[in-house]
Design a protein around this ligand. Structure first.
Ligand code: ATP
Ligand code: MG
Length: 637
């Protein structure tokens, strides 16, 4: 059974109740949102693992995010759009956001979009993307946001999967000062796709010339002008209707279309804003993610707005115009809660640390980081630099909100370096033996699994594929119907979990099972290393050996081969000392950058494939293919 984290008595009781009295617990949480019609049943679980929350209740995400706040916060900021790419900022109050959302909703309705229809959103980080998501939610259309960085092929497969009636897009995005035209990619994707959308609504930012397809393409500004006075009432939805579909990052292969409900999601987000993020109405939330990812859905758009907070939508990178931009925004907009990813912090780590202290960060209470393992040196570096608590949180597109973290709003338990924290309320987390499914105790490594029913907010199914949902997530542990996270972890004696990597990242060196994450942690502790990826590579003698790829804070350090060899030896020495010689990588290669997904996650599978001379697989989600090419060269020697 779950253990009591030290100094976590109040939280442990809270968590226990969430599992032992699900109905009572979630009925209380459900009061955090508005219901048009109360639910008749809290939880329906007669067809495991399919879960229905708040059955019979009627609500609406857009109402809870926007309309509900009009009376108290109408003239307060709701959406703060900042672009350091085109040097513009615009603040929308809740009232203005309400108006823009109704205009967008009216445009969609005029194109025949109805409840249950899909609308695909392929947009840069502009305010209209938020209007589009909220407008869909308002009228009960299902949005499917596709990350703007994807090119035609990835987009085409998602168009075919979602079968949208309308696609909303823009002329272009901008990244690191370069214009990235979207429209040609979209046209090509529609050409490639079997499904053809009825209409394409285009926001013209004036960044790139656009060819328009007569009869199909609509201009947003013209349509908006036609619907300036639109009053579009909220469509009340049964709690289990579909709010959206969203694809996973694709780190381990073909992305899965995660489908989410309405009521459960709204309640889960409202509860997380209260218990985990501790955000209050009238304050500002800043997540540096993208609307194309789950963090963008939950914690740029819906979560903060449901909590009555202003939310910053940021088009730009953490280092432009300089490495202080994130903190400058915190100061300017009096941000109280901030959310970012370890990968962004590692980028900052290569810059002058004095940027961290140039701005007044007195409003900021905590920095939340998620998406990837947060290594201890990075955590310590940013925590010391900012003088703020760093709260790691572990979750997945599938769950929609944190599985493991600290719920400071319930009890401000201590964080532990290297650990995202303890199981969140509603999640019955266990560690299971990979092969036998047997439950493991403290300090034993196993698969992180969740005993269903999954709490509100988690995925309902894989869009259009119930069989894949059950097969993928609930049938991987032998003999047990449990949800597998496909992450490997360990729990200490106080109940804190540590994520050791993905289950397919476990390597077997001469019979020793090692998590690549552990080796990465060890290598990162060397002062010269900015980031590192370790993969297991087939080896005739040992089964597998570890291979490391490190990015240095200062690449000039290894300008000559002698220095390179010396550093490689040093890094191996660190691993020897910390983990033992068995974990020592066969090689430590120094590279300029690691191949990552568009969401900033290291593509360890592809690195491994390259090392073993195999086809790196589906690369639709890779950020920069050049990184993999360089890696191939380095491996060849
Ligand atoms: P796919 O499932 O398509 O391979 P993905 O798993 O990368 O893609 P996401 O749902 O965006 O897609 O990422 C969730 C995963 O990210 C988790 O399962 C875990 O491996 C990793 N992760 C997220 N947060 C953390 C964290 N705080 N610490 C360690 N790992 C994390
Ligand atoms: Mg995943």
């Amino acid at each position: 059974m779950s253990q009591t984290p030290s100094g976590g008595k109040a939280y442990a009781a809270f968590h226990r109740r969430s599992i032992e009295d699900r109905e009572g617990f979630w009925t209380e949480q459900a009061a955090l949102i508005d219901w048009h019609k109360p639910f008749e049943q809290v939880l329906q679980y007669d067809n495991p693992p399919f879960t229905r929350w708040f059955v019979g209740g009627q609500t609406n995400l857009c109402h809870n995010a926007v309309d509900r706040h009009l009376a108290a916060l109408g003239d307060q900021p709701a959406l703060i759009w900042v672009s350091t790419e085109v040097d513009q900022e615009k603040v929308y109050t809740f009232r203005q956001l309400h108006e823009e959302t109704m205009r967008m909703a009216a445009i969609l309705q005029a194109q025949g979009v109805q409840r249950g229809d899909r609308v695909l959103i392929y947009m840069p980080m502009i305010a209209e993307a938020a209007f589009a998501m909220l407008a869909c939610a308002r009228i009960g259309a299902i949005h499917s946001v596709v990350f703007g960085g994807f090119a035609s092929h990835s987009l085409a497969s998602r168009i075919d999967d979602a079968q949208p009636k309308v696609i909303i897009s823009a002329d272009a995005g901008a990244r690191v000062g370069k214009t990235i035209p979207y429209k040609p990619l979209l046209d090509e994707a529609i050409r490639l796709a079997a499904h053809k959308p009825g209409k394409v609504l285009l926001v013209d930012r004036g960044l790139a010339a656009m060819e328009r397809v007569p009869g199909r393409d609509l201009d947003y500004a013209a349509e908006r002008a036609r619907h300036l006075q639109a009053q579009v009432p909220v469509t009340w939805l049964e709690s289990n209707e579909i709010s959206y579909t969203l694809y996973t990052s694709g780190t381990t292969g073909k992305p899965k279309g995660v489908q989410r409900d309405v009521g459960g999601y709204a309640v889960a987000l409202a509860a997380s804003m209260k218990h985990i993020f501790c955000g209050n109405p009238g304050e500002t939330y800043f997540s540096s993610s993208d609307i194309g990812w789950v963090v963008g859905h939950s914690y740029i758009i819906y979560g903060p707005l449901i909590a009555g907070m202003a939310t910053i939508m940021y088009e730009g990178t953490p280092v432009r115009p300089d490495a202080g931009i994130l903190w400058q925004l915190v100061e300017r907009y009096k941000v109280t809660v901030m959310f970012s990813a370890p990968t962004a912090i590692r980028v900052l780590k290569k810059q002058d640390p004095s940027y961290l202290t140039r701005y007044d960060l007195s409003t900021l209470r905590a920095l939340f980081l998620a998406g990837e393992p947060l290594d201890e040196p990075t955590s310590e570096w940013i925590s010391k630099g900012l003088g703020k608590p760093i709260i790691d949180n572990y979750w997945q597109t599938e769950t929609g909100w944190p599985i493991l973290t600290i719920a400071a709003g319930v009890e401000p338990m201590a964080t532990r370096l290297g650990s995202p924290g303890v199981p969140m309320y509603g999640y019955d987390v266990r560690l299971l033996h990979e092969a036998t499914g047997e439950e493991l105790g403290s300090n034993e490594k196993g698969v992180v699994a969740i005993v269903p029913p999954l709490p509100p907010g988690c995925m309902q199914t894989v869009w259009g594929d119930d069989t894949r949902f059950v097969k993928t997530y609930f049938e991987s542990v032998p003999g047990k119907l449990v949800y597998s996270t496909f992450d490997w972890g360990v729990r200490d004696q106080d109940g804190y979990y540590f994520i050791l990597g993905r289950t397919d990242d476990v390597i077997n060196v001469a019979g020793h099972r090692l998590g690549t994450r552990e080796i990465e942690e060890s290598i990162s502790s060397h002062a010269a290393v900015a980031e590192v990826a370790v993969v297991g590579v087939a080896d005739q003698l040992k089964g597998q050996v570890a291979m490391a790829f490190a990015v240095l804070k200062d690449p000039a350090q290894i300008s000559d081969p002698q220095a390179r060899l010396k550093l490689e030896g040093e890094v191996m020495g660190v691993v020897d000392k910390q983990l033992g010689a068995v974990a020592r990588p066969a090689r430590v290669h120094f590279v300029n950058a690691l191949p990552k997904t568009r969401s900033g996650k290291v593509l360890r599978r592809s690195i491994q494939a390259v090392c073993e001379g195999r086809d790196p697989g589906d690369l639709t989600t890779i950020e920069d293919p050049v990184t993999l090419e360089q890696l191939r060269q380095v491996v060849k020697g």
